[in-house]
Design a protein around this ligand. Structure first.
Ligand code: S3P
Length: 155
C-alpha cells in the first residue's frame, strides 16, 4: 500500500494484555486526537459484553461484527488513535483496513507478563480449551506472523 492511500491515524495491535487501550488513551491525549477502543465501540453498539457475545452467538459472529465495527471506525473517524482487539488481525480484510487507517504499531510483552495481566481475568472469553497459560502461548505464537505482517513498528 503506498503512503498516499494510508491515513493519518494510529492503530495499535497486539495480543490481549499488551496495553493497547492504556497506551492508546495516553497517546491520543498527548496528540490531541480522538481515542477509540474497537471492542468498547462494539459492546456499546451491540448492547452486550464480548464475553456474552462469545457465549450466546459464538466467535464467528463476533468476528463478523468486529470487522463491521473496524470498517465503520476507519470510514467515520479518520485520524483517530484506534486500539483493536487481539484477534482482529486474523482477517486479511481487517489488516487492510488497519493499514488504510494509518501507522500500525504492534505492542508486545513477554508471556509471563501476559499471564500475570490476563490469566485471572474472567471477564475475557476463553478462546480455546487450552487453559489460560497454554492459550496465551499458543495464540501468541500463531498470531505473531500476522502482527508482524500488518505492523510498521513494534514496541
Ligand atoms: C480477543 C481479544 C479481545 C476481544 C475478544 C477476542 C482475541 O480484545 O476482542 O475477546 O481473539 O485475542 P483485547 O485484545 O482488547 O483483550
Amino acid at each position: 500500500m503506498s503512503d498516499e492511500t494510508r491515513g493519518a491515524g494510529l492503530v495499535l495491535v497486539g495480543y490481549r494484555g499488551t496495553g493497547k487501550s492504556s497506551l492508546g488513551r495516553l497517546v491520543a491525549e498527548r496528540a490531541g486526537a480522538a481515542f477509540l477502543d474497537a471492542d468498547a465501540v462494539l459492546e456499546r453498539q451491540r448492547g452486550e459484553s464480548i464475553r456474552r457475545i462469545f457465549e450466546s452467538l459464538g466467535e464467528p459472529i463476533f468476528r463478523d461484527w468486529e470487522h463491521e465495527t473496524l470498517a465503520a471506525i476507519v470510514q467515520d473517524q479518520p485520524g483517530c488513535v484506534l486500539a483493536t482487539g487481539g484477534g482482529a488481525v486474523l482477517r486479511a480484510d481487517n489488516r487492510r483496513l488497519m493499514r488504510a487507517h494509518g501507522l500500525v504499531v504492534w505492542l508486545t510483552a513477554d508471556l509471563r507478563t501476559l499471564e500475570r495481566r490476563i490469566g485471572g481475568d474472567s471477564s475475557r472469553p476463553a478462546l480455546t480449551a487450552l487453559g489460560a497459560v497454554g492459550e496465551i502461548a499458543t495464540l501468541v505464537r500463531q498470531r505473531e506472523p500476522l502482527y508482524r505482517e500488518v505492523a510498521d513498528r513494534s514496541v
